[in-house]
Design a binder for this molecule. Structure first.
Ligand SMILES: O=C(CO)COP(=O)(O)O
Length: 123
C-alpha cells in the first residue's frame, strides 16, 4: 500500500515546503498525499496529486488530526512558523496532541521532515 502523508505549512513556510516537495519529488510521487487547502494547492502546482482539505484556519488542521486519529496517515510533515501568530492555534495544538496520542510520526521542521521521509521511503 502507498504511504499516506499529510503536508501542512504556515504562510511563512509555504515557499520552503514547495521547495522541499520539489527536492523530494520522486519519493512524494510514490505516496498518497493529503494537505491543508492552501498548502495543497501550491503542491498541486508541482504536478503531484493532492487530497486537499479545508484551509488550516477553517478547520484543515482539525481534519488532518481526525485522519491521524483514525489511523489513516503514516506521517505528517508540518512546516510550522514559530514567528507567526495563528488564529487557529488551538487546532494546531490539537493536531500535535493527537499525533502523540496515536504515535503518528510528526515532523515540524524541514530537517526532521527529510529524515522522516527517508525513513518511510526505506521501509
Ligand atoms: O494554517 C495552516 C496550518 O496551521 C495551513 O493551512 P493552509 O495550507 O490552508 O494555509
Amino acid at each position: 500500500m502507498k504511504r499516506r502523508i499529510a503536508l501542512i505549512a504556515h504562510d511563512g513556510k509555504k515557499a520552503e515546503i514547495v521547495a522541499f516537495v520539489k527536492e523530494h519529488f520522486e519519493i512524494f510521487s510514490t505516496m498518497a498525499l493529503t494537505a491543508t487547502g492552501t498548502t495543497g494547492g501550491l503542491i498541486e502546482q508541482t504536478g503531484l496529486q493532492v487530497n486537499k482539505k479545508l484551509s488550516g484556519p477553517n478547520g484543515g488542521d482539525a481534519q488532518i488530526a481526525a485522519m491521524a486519529a483514525e489511523g489513516l496517515l503514516d506521517a505528517i510533515l508540518f512546516f510550522r512558523d514559530p514567528l507567526g501568530k495563528h488564529p487557529h492555534e488551538p487546532d494546531i495544538q490539537m493536531l500535535m496532541r493527537i499525533c502523540d496520542a496515536h504515535d503518528v510520526p510528526l515532523a515540524t521542521n524541514p530537517a526532521t521532515a527529510a529524515l522522516l521521509l527517508y525513513g518511510l521511503a526505506q521501509q
